[in-house]
Design a protein around this ligand. Structure first.
Ligand SMILES: Cc1cc2nc3c(=O)[nH]c(=O)nc-3n(C[C@H](O)[C@H](O)[C@H](O)COP(=O)(O)O)c2cc1C
Length: 206
């Protein structure tokens, strides 16, 4: 099978398979604050680390159906800060609730019954029960190319300024992902849990 983007139905695929091919993807559970002080929380799986030095991450919003930005994007543009909360398997349902399209200013923390905790380098709260959280300052907002007759997607690039890790997930000086089993996004409505880990040494080429 071979096809060009947007023509999957012509080859018999009912749904666009790109997200299933590029999987698993980590979920950036983004908390942010608007100029009016309101707090927002939403999952973004177009999310990843892009650099170690300086430590930087991106997340990106699909083109919104109306002309306004998604709330997370609006807030980051307004206050230039955000937090990436890590989604453990135990927090999967709560994460899913926060993907609901609540009116601007209505808190997904309250909707999902999640407690907030203060951060140290940003005024945005983190999810208190997330096993780890990355405090970020906005570096750049990039408008992606506009699809025909639609709004542009927006990519946010941020620099990590503070890192919270729950001491309970540290084992022998390392983060033990099996202790919280991060949730990953696959295609369609599917998810995966990381439950088993193995190591591979890199080749020692002289
Ligand atoms: C696991 C998961 C991952 C998602 N990833 C994205 C994403 O990468 N980009 C996006 O625009 N929407 C994504 N969504 C949908 C948003 O979470 C949803 O549109 C949400 O209402 C946006 O919230 P906001 O307007 O408060 O920012 C995702 C939803 C789920 C459940």
């Amino acid at each position: 099978m071979y096809f060009r983007p947007g023509t999957h139905k012509e080859v018999g695929l009912s749904f666009n398979p790109i997200k299933a091919i590029i999987s698993p993807r980590p979920i950036g559970w983004i908390s942010s604050r608007g100029e009016d002080g309101s707090v927002n929380l939403a999952p973004y799986s177009y999310f990843n680390a892009i650099s170690e030095q300086p430590p930087m991450v991106i997340f990106s919003s699909a083109p919104h159906s109306n002309s306004s930005h998604k709330d997370s994007i609006r807030n980051v543009i307004e206050t230039k800060e955000f937090v990436v909360n890590i989604v453990s398997s135990a927090l999967g349902n709560a994460m899913n609730i926060t993907s609901g399209n609540l009116p601007y200013g209505e808190s997904e923390f309250a909707a999902a019954n999640l407690e907030m905790a203060d951060c140290k380098t940003v005024s945005v709260p983190r999810v208190a029960t997330s096993p780890a959280a990355l405090e970020c300052k906005l570096w750049k907002v990039v408008e992606l190319p506009k699809p025909d007759n639609a709004n542009a997607g927006i990519m946010v690039i941020g620099t990590i300024t503070g890192i919270y890790i729950d001491d309970k997930i540290i084992k022998d000086g390392k983060v033990d992902v099996t202790a919280f089993q991060p949730l990953a996004r696959l295609g369609y409505m599917d998810y995966a849990q990381i439950t088993k880990v193995f190591s591979m040494k890199r080749p020692d080429v002289k």
